[in-house]
Design a protein around this ligand. Structure first.
Ligand SMILES: NC(=O)c1ccc[n+]([C@@H]2O[C@H](COP(=O)([O-])OP(=O)(O)OC[C@H]3O[C@@H](n4cnc5c(N)ncnc54)[C@H](O)[C@@H]3O)[C@@H](O)[C@H]2O)c1
Length: 376
């Protein structure tokens, strides 16, 4: 009957049923769908033809079909992920109303790579709080699963799903996108946040360490943007005006060099070059692509881990002259910021909400540095 992939079908269906204030899920079932079988339509090979068929159905019935039939299963529509006692259906709930700026993500589907800890975790928490459904995509699946368990329990419904990914491996990124297509059809907001840091003098740094940072921070972003763009572009096709976002978490080290941290700064500068180039191309697909450049996020494990955090490391190696404790090291770094503190989760989220809300900007690198780095 058809040869469309799960990703093609899912993203197209989400695009067809998305109404801005009405976040609709599109879920794939490889078994029997228990909805009304008289309200199903078949997917045709030709995507343009399918769009016409789907729109015709809507015009005639003033509602969506309950399911779309593919070769190997069904895509069903609904407004919330769970139904109590029947996981074969999606269920409709009240229209999702917008109340404040944060509501720009209410009812949207987001994915955060590196979402299991640190800055990514705080983005996941804030997005769910604002009413988005979020995939926690991380190489550390156990951490993603325990964060999912905690949040789903807190909200008493499925608001997040864990997914294992190694962003530097293309097969792994593809299977992550397939998992997304099966569960929610498409995606509205892709946040490429996973990153690693290996500091060291350019005179000493091993090629394997340089390559490791480049593979995750630079190539990983390319792979994620490539496969996210394939999904999002199809999603935008039916309406031609539905905006979706790709955001990369770069760094203030993507805007100015970082002493003895060249692999990281080089990769982070690179993400901005990629962002500008992707943005120019993907504007035709109604996908905005922007970078966030946070200053130091002192509250995350990278800096504050009591054993391996940079405060402890810098104290032990005497990097900050005169420091008598890890806390003195923290104060030293806070004093480098004109606003005298590190970047916090809420600072980053204001920038995320701005980027999503702003429909007249793309290809930008938005600093969130307390004045530490100024654009020229
Ligand atoms: N912490 C800061 O001060 C700061 C400042 C500016 C920018 N950033 C950027 O923010 C992002 C998050 O940093 P963080 O401080 O939260 O780091 P973190 O080390 O606490 O968290 C990074 C997460 O990414 C995951 N990850 C690592 N490699 C991966 C891979 N190959 N595939 C999938 N997931 C992978 C890790 O498992 C971890 O959960 C990074 O891109 C970092 O460069 C951090």
């Amino acid at each position: 009957m058809n040869s469309v992939s799960i990703i093609e079908a899912g993203s197209l269906l989400r695009g067809l049923t998305y109404q801005g204030t009405h976040g609709l899920f599109v879920r794939y079932f490889d078994g029997v769908f228990t909805g009304d079988p008289s309200q199903t339509i078949e997917f045709t090979k030709d995507i343009e033809e399918f769009i016409l068929l789907f729109k015709k159905y809507f015009d005639l019935n003033q509602c969506y079909p309950s399911a779309v039939l593919l070769d190997e299963g069904w895509f069903a529509f609904g407004n919330s992920y769970d139904t109590v006692g029947n996981d074969k259906q999606c269920c409709f709930s009240e229209k999702l109303k917008k109340r404040s700026r944060n509501d720009v993500v209410r009812g949207k589907i987001a994915l955060v790579t590196g979402g299991a800890q640190g800055l990514g975790e705080s983005i996941v928490r804030s997005l769910t709080e604002a009413g988005a459904f979020v995939y926690i995509a991380d190489i550390q699946i156990k951490k993603s699963e325990s964060l999912s368990k905690e949040l789903n329990h807190q909200y008493q419904q499925t608001v997040v799903l864990p997914v294992q990914v190694d962003v530097s491996n293309e097969e792994s990124v593809v299977s992550m996108m397939e998992m997304v297509a099966r569960n929610t059809g498409g995606l509205d907001l892709f946040i490429s946040n996973a990153g690693v840091l290996q500091a060291g003098s350019v005179k000493e740094m091993k090629l394997k360490d340089f390559d490791f940072v480049t593979q995750v921070d630079y190539t990983g972003y390319f792979l994620c943007a490539k496969h996210a763009a394939r999904m999002l572009s199809l999603q935008n096709k039916p309406t031609g005006k539905y905006f979706t976002d790709i955001i990369v978490v770069s760094s203030k080290s993507g805007l100015e060099g970082s002493n003895k941290n060249s692999a990281y700064a080089g990769a982070k500068f690179g993400t901005i070059g990629l962002t500008q180039s992707f943005a120019l191309e993907l504007v035709a697909d109604n996908i905005k692509v922007n970078a966030l450049c946070p200053g130091n996020f002192f509250d995350g494990p990278l800096w504050s881990d009591p054993k391996y955090g940079l405060f402890v490391q810098y104290f032990q190696t005497g990097k900050v002259p005169g420091a008598k404790s890890a806390n003195d090291v923290r104060k030293y770094y806070e004093n480098k910021v004109p606003m005298l503190r590190g970047c916090r989760s809420e600072d980053i989220m204001k920038a995320v909400f701005y980027i999503v809300e702003q429909e007249y900007e793309t290809g930008q690198a938005v600093p969130v540095t307390g004045g530490q780095v100024m654009l020229n």
